[in-house]
Design a protein around this ligand. Structure first.
Ligand code: GLY
Length: 453
């Protein structure tokens, strides 16, 4: 939903934070083997935030809240292949532009402008050539680009009403896609078939995937992007699939379910430990709470659960202090969500980490992507997981360090649990938190019941 007032409001807020002009490029998709056969286009999220729609090969110039648009009108050749497209002037009206010019005119108005480097190399090289200077996201720099990044982060960290509507639209489609994936699994014979069920629903809603789907019986491979495995009775299937709206807003959900419709007792034991961590973290969320403390709470509940199952030995808090939990839960508890699935991570840790904070080199904290106090209006994921990663469990250094903390014989009894993750999207409210993905069950019995129907 394009809402000119919201776009103008975002532009005015930015103008109140910085006092120099800026130019944001949208980017351009790369071609495959010939010009017209290209990879899907995805506009830069910073551009989308202020322009509202994914215009390819365009730029906007913002100064004092006023927005000028730079893009070329479609050529007659383009009309032949792509049909009648809106003109620059049509788009200017649609998104509330002050003046609209051909792209060529941009070079005459770039004195003293700040920008943010885009991801695609073609546009990135163009940005540097037009501005005649290097571009980087160097966190030490205090130049105007850096000031712009910080200003945009301060806006995008919390979401306005229109952004939340879009995120909720993406969430609703993802919830339905997961339900369809869960319900269809018993009829599917490969990971690819379940992925197809889930993604085809997303596509049918005129959305795309916000990231490459993970639909795997090897849930211990955290970002597994292969889908060739056969589904076997006794396997767990982990699906991390999220839709993105046509205007670029993301969702991100993970569920793990038994291929045959029933968790084994060992799978159920671990599932409930992960769910306990998930629930405890969400319960704790409210403005002012440090996300790092949420992560550490998740780690403690995981450690507690694994001690109760006899897999870890010792006191949960001591185990977390020495990062023993991270042998099984090596990633962070989640991340920011917005126009990108790891929102604003194109800026390194500038968005995720509060000023003055840097990533820890601790095994149990190094993959924490967000280290800020929570604020009302933020949307974050909560996604604890348990994994048996051979590269960790067989690593000589970890084996030696954590040998006495792990009951290896006991662990063998959980050999049918490769990876379990439960992930929801959470809006921080004035008083607590709202689970945007609440319509997708998390309880093991509820998931099993969905598979019977
Ligand atoms: N859902 C994929 C990720 O968070 O990396």
């Amino acid at each position: 939903m394009i809402n000119i007032n919201t776009l103008k409001n975002r532009r005015e807020k930015l103008a109140s934070l910085i006092h120099f002009p800026i130019v944001l490029w949208s980017g351009k998709s790369a071609s495959k083997n010939f010009k017209a056969n290209h990879y899907p286009f995805r506009a830069s999220s910073h551009f989308l935030y202020f322009a509202g729609i994914p215009l390819e090969n365009a730029a906007i110039r913002l100064e004092n809240g006023k927005l000028d648009l730079f893009m070329d009108n479609p050529s007659s050749d383009s009309t032949l292949w792509h049909g009648e497209m809106p003109t620059r002037e049509d788009i200017a009206v649609q998104i509330g532009v002050n003046n609209a010019y051909p792209l060529e005119a941009l070079k005459d108005t770039i004195d003293g402008v700040a920008t943010i480097p885009v991801q695609d190399i073609f546009t990135y090289e163009k940005q540097k050539a037009i501005l005649q200077r290097p571009l980087s996201i160097n966190q030490e720099s205090k130049d105007i680009d850096h000031q712009l990044m910080k200003a945009i982060i301060s806006l995008r960290l919390t979401h306005d009403e229109i952004a939340l509507k879009e995120i909720k639209k993406a969430v609703d489609v993802s919830v339905e896609a997961h339900k369809m994936g869960i319900k269809s699994t018993k009829k599917c014979s490969t990971e690819a078939e379940v992925r197809a069920v889930m993604e085809s629903y997303i596509i049918s809603q005129n959305m795309t995937c916000a990231y490459n789907s993970i639909v795997t019986v090897n849930g211990e491979i955290l970002h597994n992007e292969t889908y060739h495995n056969l589904l076997k009775s006794g396997d767990l299937l982990l699906a991390d699939v999220g839709a993105e709206t046509a205007l670029g807003w993301a969702s991100d959900i993970t569920r793990t379910w038994p291929v045959n419709g029933q968790f084994s007792s060992s799978q159920r034991d671990i599932y409930d430990v992960v769910l306990a961590a998930h629930d405890a973290c969400i319960e704790k969320m409210k403005p002012g709470i440090e996300y790092r403390d949420i992560h550490l709470l998740g780690a403690k509940i995981m450690a507690e659960g694994l001690v109760n199952l006899g897999i870890l030995k010792g006191h949960p808090e001591t185990l977390v202090e020495k990062d023993a939990h991270a042998v099984f839960f090596p990633h962070g508890i989640g991340h920011l969500l917005g126009l990108d699935v790891h929102d604003m991570e194109d800026l390194g840790d500038l968005a995720g980490y509060q000023e003055g904070r840097t990533r820890s080199d601790r095994f149990g904290l190094g993959y924490l992507r967000l280290d800020r106090p929570l604020k009302a209006g933020m949307v974050v994921t909560i996604e604890p997981g348990f994994y048996q990663v051979p590269a960790i469990l067989n690593h000589p250094q970890f084996k030696e360090k954590y040998n006495k903390d792990i009951n290896w014989d006991k662990l063998q009894q959980f050999s049918d649990v490769q990876g379990i993750r439960i992930e929801d999207d959470i809006l921080v409210t004035e008083t607590g938190a709202e689970i945007l993905t609440k319509n997708l069950p998390t309880q093991a019995e509820e998931i099993e019941a969905m598979m019977i129907k």
